[in-house]
Design a protein around this ligand. Structure first.
Ligand code: G3P
Length: 230
């Protein structure tokens, strides 16, 4: 399963990319607005930090406008993935942009029928929003399961299922059980995934016991030489 981070905050991206666990980044107009940064500048900088796909969303709503914006965004860096909304014009733009060799992420997917259309339009990624469905008493994870099941029936569908609008680590676990290709995680959720109180407790106990032995693994040259390990 690939992990993308869902943010336009460079400090978060740099910190999390340093773990070696980040395969890409997704942004959207709301996240760019929250960053307070210039859109083109921030996408360029993210692409310098992360080698994998970096989603940058168009804001035009008509076909020609989306294609022109998408072409401009795709020129920022080879790893830019143009993000288009799941509308008629968005899917037409998806087809045109992928035909020109660009990667395209079709966003705002809320139903299996929309996901079928995205795959037929040649999307590189489709982004079903699990959290926003859960928010309105829907079942975001059932949508992921349905899309994965449908795509598995058609090997010519190359679209990867990118689970978006993730709210907590269990969303990631459930998506992984289903076999979704990618999860895009808010930085907070990726940090939460590392945490377990028994890890902290266990480590503290190991270190306290180790301290009692008075030993050191990196014990210095003299000790290593005594063992013939210098
Ligand atoms: O980037 C798309 C998606 O991940 C947004 O999530 O939390 O605004 O529903 P959220």
């Amino acid at each position: 399963m690939k992990f993308f981070v869902d943010t336009a905050e460079l400090s978060d991206i740099r910190e999390l990319a340093a773990t070696g666990l980040v395969d890409g980044v997704t942004t959207n107009p709301s996240l760019v607005a929250k960053s307070g940064r210039d859109f083109i500048d921030v996408v360029k900088e993210i692409c310098e930090v992360v080698a994998g796909p970096v989603s940058a969303e168009v804001t035009a709503t008509d076909f020609h406008g989306m294609v022109r914006e998408g072409q401009k965004l795709a020129k920022i860096a080879p790893n830019v993935t143009v993000k288009v909304p799941l509308t008629v014009d968005g899917l037409k733009a998806c087809k045109a942009l992928t035909g020109e060799g660009a990667m395209v992420n079709v966003t705002l997917c809320f139903s299996p029928s929309q996901a079928i259309l995205a795959a037929k339009a040649g999307a590189t990624f489709v982004s079903p929003f699990v959290g926003r469905l859960d928010d309105v008493s829907g079942d975001g994870m059932s949508l992921i399961a349905e899309i994965c099941e449908i795509y598995a029936n058609y090997p010519d569908f190359r679209t990867e299922v990118l689970v978006a609008s993730i709210r907590h680590p269990l969303h990631v676990v459930e998506a992984a059980k289903i076999g979704a290709d990618v999860a895009t995680l808010p930085p907070k959720v990726l940090r939460q995934m590392f945490q377990h109180p028994l890890t902290d407790k266990g480590l503290a106990a190991f270190l306290a016991d180790w301290e009692k032995t008075g030993q050191r693994i990196l014990g210095g040259e003299a000790e290593d030489q005594k063992r013939g390990q210098a």
